[in-house]
Design a protein around this ligand. Structure first.
Ligand SMILES: [Zn+2]
Length: 256
């Protein structure tokens, strides 16, 4: 599931392949993925526009197109593909025909969405989100979680507090900081908040070059899908629970 490191990877991909090119046509639009307008208005508004460099806010990929801005959210299974003459894929939900090839937004399970907005619409969309995680400093972070009673894992995934973390980055960071994901956010002392902040930053920094959360040898991400998964640090059997509707893995011996 695309989280901040994945979407950052999509941003680089977009800028490498699509930025600077003119849109000949927007085709293959799946209307159920559109969060604004219709396939017709969408196609008309993008045709002839030159795509600029994309930026990212949390899990949103923001692609200005010399007037309107295309915004993509990748949901659970979204990705970008660059194609030069290949047949359409049945999960392509938007195909931008550009001067040198096609940029395709592919999304099997169709969570997420596609927007085409003006500046006000973009401000409204990003205004629902907290600051992007790469822009968040430690003092801001501590202030954000200080009074929250929900489980710390849930607070980390709450995009209205700070945007970009998802299931893997949240679990990996709590594992690295040795904090039980079920504890109320407000119960963390200042040493734990500090440790958690630097763990999150390091998980993000280590993940960014890969464009995903890597399954490194000492990482929870590597062990979490095994049955029974064992803690890569101490060998204890990993525990699983659900927080905020998502499967949460942690080491019961070290994260308490
Ligand atoms: Zn352990």
């Amino acid at each position: 599931m695309p989280e901040l490191p994945d979407v950052e990877g999509f941003r680089r991909f977009y800028n490498r392949h699509a930025a600077g090119q003119r849109v000949r046509a927007a085709n293959g639009i799946d209307p159920t993925m559109l969060r604004t307008g219709t396939a017709q208005t969408f196609g008309r508004a993008l045709k002839g526009r030159r795509l600029e460099g994309a930026r990212r806010h949390g899990k949103l990929l923001i692609c200005p197109a010399g007037g309107p801005t295309l915004v993509l959210h990748f949901g659970m299974t979204g990705m970008l593909a660059w194609c030069e003459g290949e047949a359409r894929h049945r999960h392509d939900r938007l195909v931008l025909e550009l001067s040198e090839g096609e940029l395709r937004y592919r999304n099997m399970r169709k969570f997420g969405g596609i927007w085409l907005v003006d500046d006000d619409g973009l401000a409204e969309l990003t205004g629902r989100l907290g600051p992007d995680w790469l822009e968040l400093d430690r003092v801001q972070f501590e202030r954000l979680i200080a009074r929250r009673r929900l489980a710390i894992k849930g607070a980390l995934m709450d995009q209205t507090l700070a945007a970009g973390l998802g299931n893997l980055t949240a679990d990996e960071s709590l594992f690295r900081a040795r904090i039980d994901p079920r504890r109320p956010a407000c119960a963390l002392d200042s040493g734990e908040r500090r440790r958690l902040y630097s763990s999150i930053r390091r998980v993000l920094d280590d993940s960014l070059p890969y464009g995903l959360v890597p399954a490194k040898p000492k990482w929870l991400t590597r062990a979490r899908d095994e049955r029974p998964g064992r803690c890569p640090r101490c060998g204890a059997t990993l525990e699983r629970t659900r927080i905020g509707g998502r499967t949460t893995a942690f080491c019961p011996r070290e994260q308490h």
